[in-house]
Design a protein around this ligand. Structure first.
Ligand code: IPE
Ligand code: IPE
Ligand code: MG
Length: 262
C-alpha cells in the first residue's frame, strides 16, 4: 500500500515513477489515411509495444494504459467486437514476451462484462507475470473512474459496516482497483482532446497533466521524451509554496497534521 499525495509528499524524481496514458486518436489517425477506424486500433497496438519498451529503458516503474472505457460500449458493435478480438490476440501473442522482459501485467476494470475466454487470458497473464519486478503494466479495460470509486465504496462498506459514517481516504484506498501502485506522477493524453474521460479520477489528484495533438499510433519514444521533459520542468508543490520548496531542498518538510485515517 502506497501513501496518498493528499497525505504525504512523494520524493521528487526526474523520471516519473508512474505514467498513466489515455491512448486517443486511433480513429482519426486512420481517417486521415482514408483507412477504416479499426486500422488505427491495429496500429495503436504497435505504439503500445514501443511505449512499453521505452518505459522500461527509462526506468518507469508503473505504466497504466487506458484501452477501453466503461463508456466505449456505446460505439458501433463492429468496432467493439474488433477491439475485444484485438485485446485477446494481443494477450495471446504478447504475454510471453512481457514475461521474458520482466513485466508484471495487471488489468483493471469491470471484467465481468467480458467473454469468458478473454477473462481467462487476463487471469492467466496476470498469474504468469505476478512476480516480475521491472515494470508493472496496467491495462484499464471496461474501466471508469466512477465505477472504481463505487466498487471501492461498496467493498469498504461490506468489510467495515460498523465504521460507516466515519470512513476516511485511507480506508477507501485499499479497495481501489490500483491500490498496488503509487498515484501517477505524469498523465499523458494523445489525440488533442483535453479531458479525463472518466479515467483515474481519484488517483489523478496531484498528477501532472500533459496533452499532445499527436495521434496515439504516431506516439513514439521521442514523443515520450518530450512529455518527460515537460514533466521535469514542473514545480510539484502539493499545496505548499515555492519558497517552502526552495528552503526545503534536501531536508524534510513539516508533515501534514495527522488524522485517524492517515
Ligand atoms: C482511442 O482512439 C482508442 C479507444 C478509445 C479504444 P479512438 O478510437 O477514440 O480514436 P478517435 O478519438 O476516434 O480518433
Ligand atoms: C478515452 O477515449 C478512452 C480510451 C482511450 C480508452 P475516448 O475517445 O473514448 O474519449 P472521449 O469519448 O472522446 O471522451
Ligand atoms: Mg477518442
Amino acid at each position: 500500500m502506497f501513501s496518498s499525495t493528499t497525505r504525504s509528499i512523494p520524493a521528487p524524481r526526474s523520471v516519473p515513477r508512474h505514467l498513466a496514458i489515455i491512448m486517443d486518436g486511433n480513429g482519426r489517425w486512420a481517417k486521415q489515411r482514408l483507412l477504416p477506424r479499426v486500422a488505427g486500433h491495429k496500429q495503436g497496438l504497435e505504439a503500445v509495444r514501443r511505449i512499453v519498451a521505452a518505459s522500461i529503458e527509462r526506468g518507469i516503474e508503473y505504466l497504466t494504459l487506458f484501452a477501453f472505457s466503461s463508456e466505449n460500449w456505446r460505439r458501433p458493435p463492429e468496432e467493439v467486437g474488433f477491439l475485444m478480438n484485438l485485446f485477446m490476440a494481443a494477450l495471446e501473442r504478447e504475454v510471453g514476451k512481457l514475461h521474458q522482459n520482466g513485466v508484471r501485467l495487471r488489468v483493471i476494470g469491470d471484467l465481468a462484462a467480458f467473454e469468458p475466454r478473454l477473462i481467462d487470458l487476463i487471469r492467466r497473464g496476470e498469474n504468469l507475470t505476478a512476480e516480475n519486478k521491472r515494470l508493472t503494466l496496467t491495462i484499464a479495460a471496461n474501466y471508469g473512474g466512477r465505477w472504481d470509486m463505487m466498487q471501492a465504496v461498496n467493498g469498504l462498506a461490506l468489510a467495515f459496516p460498523e465504521k460507516a459514517g466515519n470512513y476516511g481516504e485511507g480506508d477507501l484506498e485499499p479497495f481501489l482497483a490500483m491500490s498496488y501502485a503509487p498515484e501517477p506522477d505524469l498523465f499523458i493524453r494523445t489525440g488533442g482532446e483535453q479531458r479525463i474521460s472518466n479515467f483515474l479520477l481519484w488517483q489523478l489528484a496531484y498528477t501532472e497533466l500533459y496533452f499532445t495533438d499527436t495521434f496515439w499510433p504516431d506516439f513514439d519514444a521521442a514523443a515520450l521524451d518530450a512529455a518527460i521533459e515537460s514533466y521535469r520542468k514542473r514545480e510539484r508543490r502539493f499545496g505548499r509554496t515555492s519558497e517552502q520548496l526552495l528552503s526545503a531542498t534536501g531536508t524534510a518538510v513539516a508533515p501534514a497534521p495527522t488524522s485517524t485515517n492517515a
